[in-house]
Design a protein around this ligand. Structure first.
Ligand code: SF4
Length: 84
């Protein structure tokens, strides 16, 4: 079973939700650098989430922290979370 192989934190990471404030994003691409499987730049040059389940949670926090305009917010179960 998955619960036997991963601690609870890893299972909880699967439910992390990513929101991008498209009005704040300046298209720097930092998030794509830190979490390339999770983020990409759309045709309009603004960040989009490709697959929130792709990559490790640590990468998502690095992307959030590396965003120069603080356009990325991370949520779990309706509560905004920050880097541990
Ligand atoms: S790091 Fe922030 S500003 Fe840069 S593309 Fe990603 S969301 Fe947009």
């Amino acid at each position: 079973m998955v619960q036997d192989r991963f601690p609870d934190e890893r299972i909880a990471a699967l439910s992390l939700q990513i929101l991008i404030d498209r009005d704040t994003c300046m298209g720097s691409g930092n998030c794509v650098f830190w979490a390339p499987g999770t983020f990409d730049l759309g045709d309009d040059g603004i960040s989009v989430v490709l697959d929130p389940a792709e990559g490790e949670e640590r990468q998502m926090f690095l992307a959030q922290e590396g965003c120069p305009t603080r356009a990325i917010s991370l949520w779990r179960d309706g509560v905004e979370v920050t880097s541990p």
